[in-house]
Unconditional design. Structure first.
Length: 228
């Protein structure tokens, strides 16, 4: 499961691409290059899909800024311009791949997966910590012979907690990272998902999700030896 940012000023295209990619990945959105750069500077992004022609900062300048920051995340550029000069500029600025509009969604998935493989990011990478396994390809969490399947958002929330046991995540961090900064959901959504998770992971054991008053939530793995 990768974190993918779509930078596109056309809302219909942005939502179409996001809907397709959300089947396997966590997707974030930006309406222009400057907003995309702010997102990339403030949180981890595994792959960027960016339109060339955007207000405030176009795709070329966005990629230049990303590379100047020393960030190596893969970039797919969307373009209606198939000219050699446009592609030459794009590759020189640090673009990894091109897709021509209108975008073929199946081809988009092929290219996304190819670039993620090269960057050693895969939606099938399992997380294993202290005897517990979280598998993003099936949204399952298991320990020994016990396994449970979770809805996508609940799994993403638990996966984040298990990635860094003991770390406190603020409600804002969780909302932005799991639901997206443009989501209409509120803090009650996080509270509901945490409540459901606590109930479901009881069969797994060892996972303890707690609220940190006035801050957010964290998860600890209790009762397991450190070398499990």
């Amino acid at each position: 499961m990768a974190d993918i940012l779509i930078a596109e000023d056309d809302e219909n295209i942005r939502l179409l691409l996001g809907h397709h990619l959300k089947q396997k990945h966590s997707v974030f959105f930006a309406q222009d290059g400057r907003e995309a750069l702010e997102t990339i500077s403030s949180r981890h992004i595994d792959l960027l899909i960016a339109d060339i022609m955007m207000p405030r900062m176009d795709g070329f300048d966005l990629v230049r800024n990303i590379r100047n920051l020393g960030l190596l995340l893969p970039v797919i550029m969307l373009t209606a311009n198939q000219s050699f000069d446009a592609k030459r500029i794009g590759f020189r600025t640090g673009t990894d791949d091109y897709l021509t509009k209108p975008v073929n969604l199946e081809e988009l998935m092929w290219r996304v997966q190819a670039l993620l493989r090269r960057a050693h990011v895969s939606e099938s990478d399992k997380l294993q910590v202290r005897g517990i396994t979280a598998d993003p390809s099936t949204f399952t969490v298991s320990r020994g012979e016990v396994s449970i399947a979770l809805p996508k958002k609940e799994f993403e929330l638990l996966f984040k907690f298990l990635s860094t046991p003991g770390r406190i995540y603020t409600k804002t961090q969780l909302m932005n990272d799991i639901w997206g900064f443009d989501s209409d959901s509120g803090e009650d959504t996080i509270k509901t998902h945490v409540y459901r998770l606590r109930s479901k992971v009881k069969v797994i054991g060892e996972i303890e999700i707690t609220a940190v008053k006035g801050v957010g939530y964290k998860a600890d793995i209790v009762g397991a030896s450190a070398d499990e």
